[in-house]
Design a protein around this ligand. Structure first.
Ligand code: FE2
Length: 290
């Protein structure tokens, strides 16, 4: 059974690994009872998306995920965005209800928004991600959390509403400055896991689509190359699991993509999400298949 360990006694972890489960892009879907207020030609396109989601994301995949994680030992759960498909209130409500067994201890869970959770401007008034998940993130700014004696987590929100054909995000200057200030304030031996929805570095052969990634990708990439204390970057967005490293002048950055955990498996698919174990200052990454 799921048996969370207390974060109040970090010394307990000095001889045992601290376990993080990283899942992403769950894409809960639910048909609205009536057409959204932004109903239009484009809304019909979005209903098509919901129809295809029903096939790619059958309900039993969500149940299987919750059941599997309830029967796994972990210390912290990270969900790196795209909980919903269209930012509909029905989707957020369904996600909260179904995930509830995993969300009992807010200090053991980090949920950040993805572009599908802030789909268009009309879907953000009110901000439904904040309404349902702010207690696992923050309402404004960056999320910071001490995990162990050696590791802290930092969570970013780089999403904003787009038009109907773009899906990009932006890491704001304020986010970068807050992150730098937080890192500077911690003891020199502390290392950081950064959680953001969008990828920063792509495996060979992975096509980078314009208007689908971070609009300021080059700037953020340059920035993180000069942040050697950020050792791990957890993200989603591209529905292909990967775990790889980007070389830097100092130590490499380890980047882990756990999207899309709940999508129906493709032939030959090897993983749906990751288990990350922190052993002192070292990390071990294990791909897992749902
Ligand atoms: Fe996404």
């Amino acid at each position: 059974m799921f048996a969370p360990k207390s974060l109040k006694h970090p010394t307990l972890f000095s001889s045992m690994p601290f376990t993080i489960i990283h899942i992403s892009d769950l894409h809960f879907h639910a048909f609205p009872r009536s057409l959204p207020k932004y109903a239009s030609k484009q809304a019909l396109g979005s209903l098509n998306l919901l129809l295809s989601r029903r096939q790619q994301y059958p309900d039993q995949r969500f149940n299987k995920l919750v059941s599997e994680l309830q029967n796994t030992n972990w210390d912290h759960l990270v969900i790196s965005g795209d909980i919903t498909s269209l930012s509909l209130e029905q989707e957020f409500r369904k996600a909260r209800q179904l995930l509830q067994p995993l969300l009992k201890y807010p200090d053991k869970v980090t949920v950040i928004p993805g572009n599908h959770d802030r789909y268009i401007r009309a879907a953000c008034q009110p901000d439904l991600f904040n309404k349902y998940f702010a207690r696992y993130f923050v309402k404004t700014g960056i999320k910071t959390q001490r995990l162990t004696e050696d590791w802290h987590l930092i969570g970013w929100d780089s999403t904003h509403p787009n038009d109907w054909i773009t899906a990009g995000g932006t890491v704001s200057r304020a986010t970068l400055l807050s992150t730098e200030a937080y890192i500077r304030a911690q003891a020199p031996h502390i290392r950081f896991l950064l959680v953001n929805h969008y990828p920063l570095w792509f495996p060979p052969g992975q096509q980078v689509k314009p208007h689908h990634e971070l609009y300021n990708l080059a700037h953020v990439l340059h920035w993180i190359k000069h942040q050697p204390r950020i050792a791990v970057y957890l993200h989603g967005h591209i529905h292909r699991n990967w775990s790889h490293q980007m070389s830097r002048e100092t130590e490499p950055l380890h980047l882990i993509n756990s999207a899309s955990t709940t999508e129906t498996l493709r032939p030959g698919q090897l993983s749906s999400y990751h288990r990350i174990q922190l052993h002192g200052s070292q990390i071990e990454v294990e791909p897992l298949l749902l």
